[in-house]
Design a protein around this ligand. Structure first.
Ligand SMILES: Cc1cc2nc3c(=O)[nH]c(=O)nc-3n(C[C@H](O)[C@H](O)[C@H](O)COP(=O)(O)OP(=O)(O)OC[C@H]3O[C@@H](n4cnc5c(N)ncnc54)[C@H](O)[C@@H]3O)c2cc1C
Length: 493
């Protein structure tokens, strides 16, 4: 190995792909050789928003990338270390000219880490280039012209990965380097209930969606069971960057020209834009991680009940659809949009718990945890933006409508499996005699409802509607609309 060769580094974060990766393409423009690095950062390994399912997904993504990189005789240096010690260690082997990564719209921990890293680079005379990712713009004060900016970004053909010969640091050199680092074992369990990470699997989901599954997209999007096959299921691949939103958009756009189900594709494409729209919102208002974006709602004082919280997290609330959703999420890492909204509504409205108490459990469980969507959606579903319609979902109405045969409920709440369908939706309606007939005891085999649905819905609705008349809430609503509303609005602000 050349001692102290001058190289460039690509620091991979939530952009685990070679294709259509602005940071990599910009790094490749220089003559220097490039080392691709991923840090399993203790600051994130120990952060309560993340869990093992995320780390396994990332490991699988890296293994998949390494397969692609093998044809260039390269691989990723995957270390367990924060970024500054990693670069310090690399500086003992190389001189480093530039570091390339994507602009991360992350949580407060990564925001602080990036500020420190910027200082570190400056002190060490290293240029750190942060590159645009998925069309989200940094430093905007409002959304004037945003649609055009995103259109322009989406219109560009996805960027190709085409390094020059010998431009990537070789496998042999990286294996030599690995001796100086805490290297991460990239093996993951052989059996899993989660979607596996990696671009090649992400592409397979996309292919089967476009070739077979998408025609029923809109019919099934709200149904807890059928949405699992009729929706694309690409969210974890977008969240961890195995796929770029632009490349997916391009494929959908081309397919639309000849497709028979154009409306389904249009609906899908508009959701891809919501992805960028929500992340943009969070980029411009990152305090949303901890506090309500509408400052007026910070007056809302809700007391925390550990009993309610545990019952909700473990799927023991006595409301079958809520319980099925929470258990299914814990086991598989996925819920469709409506069910995510419903479980948040139940927690924040019926159980009257602060949305902040739901954030870490949900982020740990959602395999596709994307801070830029997660926090704004939580606040929106909790009814604390002041600008969105207040939606209090009725879990019984939703289960009758979207799971009429109670098949999703029975799959995830097996205690209710032998009940007739109407009772599986509402076991608490069974009389003593009916319970005896089914050999089922409410309160023993399955919990009694934890709250009264109607009373809790009315109390929450009254409190939130009253607060919407508050002066600060009204002023803040105007500010939010000025800052975040698009001239040519999507349906989902
Ligand atoms: C409380 C709550 C938390 C959420 N947290 C996340 C999260 O952490 N990560 C995440 O990717 N999505 C999140 N969503 C949005 C949405 O539920 C998921 O994107 C969607 O269910 C993923 O399934 P899919 O890939 O099959 O989606 P599809 O319907 O096939 O849509 C394709 C893509 O469009 C984007 N998208 C779809 N719906 C939305 C939406 N409502 N808002 C923003 N983007 C959307 C996603 O990137 C998705 O992968 C959340 C929704 C709620 C209500």
């Amino acid at each position: 190995m050349n001692e102290r060769e001058l190289i460039n580094i690509v620091w991979l974060k939530r952009d685990l792909r070679l294709h259509d990766n602005e940071a990599i393409v910009n790094a490749l423009k220089s003559e220097k050789r490039i080392l691709l690095v991923y840090c399993f950062e203790p600051i994130l390994l120990n952060d309560p928003h993340y869990s093992e399912r995320h780390w396994n997904f990332i490991k699988e993504s890296i293994v998949d990338l390494n397969k692609e990189l093998a044809s260039y005789n390269s691989k990723i240096l995957a270390v367990q270390s924060d970024i500054i010690p990693t670069i310090n260690q690399l500086l003992s082997k190389f001189r480093i000219s530039d570091i390339y990564s994507h602009q991360e719209t992350g949580i407060l921990v990564t925001y602080e880490r990036d500020k420190n890293f910027k200082r570190y680079c400056k002190n060490n005379l290293i240029q750190w280039y942060e590159n645009i990712n998925n069309g989200v713009q940094r430093g905007l004060k409002n959304r004037d012209g945003w649609n055009n900016m995103v259109d322009t970004f989406y219109a560009i053909e996805p960027l190709q990965f085409s390094p020059n010969e010998h431009q990537l640091i070789t496998i042999q050199q990286i294996e030599h380097l690995e001796k100086h680092f805490n290297i991460v074992d990239l093996n993951t369990p052989e059996v899993t209930t989660f979607q596996r990470g990696g671009r090649s699997i992400g592409l397979r989901y996309l292919k089967s969606f476009f070739e077979e599954r998408y025609p029923n997209y809109m019919f099934n999007i709200s149904k807890p069971e059928l949405a699992r096959t009729s929706c694309s299921r690409i969210s974890p691949y977008l969240a961890w960057g195995n796929l770029s939103v632009r490349e997916v958009y391009h494929e959908a756009y081309h397919l639309k020209e000849t497709a028979t189900h154009k409306k389904a594709l249009e609906a899908f494409m508009s959701r891809l834009r919501w992805q960028t729209h929500f992340i943009q919102k969070f980029e411009m208002e990152h305090t949303m991680e901890e506090a309500s974006v509408n400052k007026g709602f910070r007056k809302l004082k809700k007391s925390i009940s550990e009993v309610y919280k545990t019952a909700w997290e473990t799927g023991q609330t006595g409301y079958p659809l809520v319980d099925a959703c929470m258990r299914c999420l814990n086991e598989t890492g996925y819920l469709n949009f409506r069910m995510r909204a419903l479980v948040v509504s139940f927690f924040t409205h019926n159980l009257w718990q602060p949305w902040q108490e739901a954030t870490t459990h949900l982020s740990r469980m959602f395999l596709d945890f994307e801070p830029g969507i997660h926090f704004p959606q939580l606040q929106m579903q909790a009814g604390e933006t002041g600008v969105n319609m207040l939606r209090i979902y009725n879990p019984v109405k939703n289960s009758l409508e979207h799971d009429p045969e109670a098949s999703f409920i029975k799959r995830w709440v097996p205690e209710l499996e032998n009940l007739d369908t109407p009772f599986a939706h509402q076991p608490y309606l069974m009389t003593e005699m009916e319970q005896q007939f089914y050999n089922f005891k409410l309160g023993k085999d399955y919990p009694k409802p934890i709250v009264d649905l109607e009373i809790s819905r009315k109390n929450a609705g009254d409190a939130l509607w009253n607060l919407r008349k508050d002066k600060t809430v009204l002023e803040e609503s105007k500010r939010i609309l000025r800052k975040h509303t698009l001239r040519n609005r999507f349906h989902n602000t």
